[in-house]
Ligand binder design. Structure first.
Ligand code: UDP
Length: 327
């Protein structure tokens, strides 16, 4: 069996990667410090509990499992928390990535897929974002991801790593079989917050801003189903064997949805009302982030097929109904 090392395999996106890797015939090996990841999300292969900043731990895992590639998801992801405590974000996201890349170079593991984010682009005034869009992060979170992207360029050139960087837009939804799903503590993301409100775990959803220059005044995001997103990663493992000329791809659908439209879709899918109230804009939130993914379609043959609001919310709802998130 071919091993793939999944950093952050206990997290939301990492655990879905492990499931889809196992379905594709790989053995996913989770490497996670379980500070924000969950032990019960690791169901599809072995786990190593360790911190990426611990060089001996990550190098030991690479030596033991000799993975064909590394999918690097492990990171802190909250924009607001990064503004309040940038040192923690730089230490975790930058130093963690650097230690991982150094350990890969030292052990001769040379294939890498890195999770980056549209937060590296900052606010682009509603234009359709693509790989050529300027880098202008608005938070230490975005800056730490941008810095890792730039670090990788040098490592690829100097040390022969083969690396794909994916910039994610709004990843949402869950495994259609509800074995794994989205579970953050604390939760800050729109879709799970809506569903938790419907379930009565929250009194009401706050809509952050109704005065944006968008079609209904609420902010617009490009929501990608987590399974579609992971399919691009699995395609990239093969892609890097035949081509490394395009090392950066944006993964979005080209279709933006407002907060109010997502609420309406959730009400229609679940048949329940979402109690909500209007709140001020959240610091650092751009009005609109939508991405063209023509390049990902051309290079990887990537076509998102599950990224409709109905499918995203339906799958997330099934996961929420399992009661897992409350554990
Ligand atoms: N949002 C909201 N209320 C919430 C959480 C999010 O109105 O309780 C909005 C937020 O302003 C953004 C969109 O929903 O425009 C998606 O936010 P999320 O935190 O899910 O992802 P982000 O865009 O920050 O990566």
């Amino acid at each position: 069996m071919t091993n793939i090392l999944v950093t952050g395999g206990g997290g939301y996106i990492g655990s879905h990667a492990c499931k889809l890797l196992a379905q594709a015939g790989y053995t996913p090996v989770t490497f996670d410090n379980f500070h924000t990841g969950w032990h019960d999300a690791v169901q599809f292969g072995p786990a190593v509990e360790g911190d990426l900043r611990d060089r001996a731990a990550i190098e030991g895992a690479l030596q033991q499992y000799k993975p064909e590639a590394v999918l690097h998801f492990a990171a802190l992801i909250e924009v607001g928390a990064s503004v309040a405590d940038p040192a923690t974000y730089w230490n975790n996201n930058f130093l963690g990535a650097m230690t991982l890349f150094d350990a890969m170079v030292a052990t001769g593991i040379d294939k890498l897929v890195f999770s980056s984010t549209c937060a590296v682009n900052g606010d682009l005034d509603g234009v359709l974002i693509d790989e050529t869009s300027p880098i202008n992060p608005m938070s230490p979170y975005g800056a730490s991801k941008a810095a890792v992207e730039l670090m990788l360029e040098g490592y690829v050139r100097a040390y022969g790593l083969r690396a794909m960087r994916f910039r994610y837009f709004n990843v949402a939804g869950a495994d259609p079989q509800a074995q794994v799903g989205e579970h953050h503590q604390p939760e800050t993301h729109l879709v799970p917050l809506i569903l938790q409100t419907i379930q009565g775990h929250r009194d009401s959803l706050k809509i952050f801003g109704t005065d944006y220059p968008t079609r209904d005044g609420t902010s617009v995001r490009d929501y990608v189903h987590v399974v579609d997103l992971i399919r691009a990663h699995i395609a990239a493992i093969d892609y890097l064997d035949r081509d490394t000329r395009v090392p950066l791809l944006c993964l979005g659908t080209g279709q933006g949805m407002t907060v109010k439209e997502i609420i309406a879709a959730a009400q229609s899918v679940t048949g329940k009302t979402v109690a909500h109230e209007i709140a001020p804009r959240r610091d650092g939130d751009p009005a609109s982030l939508v991405c063209g993914s023509a390049l990902a379609q051309r290079e990887l043959g990537w076509h998102p097929t599950l990224s409709t609001p109905e499918q995203i919310i339906g799958d997330a709802w099934r996961w929420h109904e399992t009661g897992h998130y409350a554990s």
